[in-house]
Write a new protein. Structure first.
Length: 96
């Protein structure tokens, strides 16, 4: 579980990132979760955008992504979700 200070730090680090995944009409599926887990292992911090044609609410998508991938939900603003998961082999981010 992340503290408020850690979340603020991660939000500042994620500000300049571009979303690398999009959740569309297909919603959250196993294929997407597997790719997100792989990206989190390499990058630790990613952004995911929820497209307008997604049938689910962005809050539901954020909860599903964080729950199924084992990542921490850092932030959800509008249709953008920021996820963090500490890497086992490629640790880059030092949390305060």
């Amino acid at each position: 579980m992340l503290t408020g200070k850690q979340k603020r730090y991660l939000r500042s680090q994620a500000h300049h990132l571009n979303p690398i995944f999009q959740v569309g009409k297909g919603g959250v599926n196993d294929h997407l979760i597997r790719h997100i887990e792989e990206a989190l292992e390499v990058r630790e911090l990613i952004k995911v955008s929820v497209l307008n044609n997604c049938l689910e609410d962005s809050d539901e998508v954020a909860a599903q992504l964080s729950g199924q991938s084992g990542a921490e939900l850092v932030q959800r603003i509008g249709k953008t979700v920021v996820l963090y998961k500490q890497s086992k082999e490629n640790k880059k981010i030092e949390l305060p």
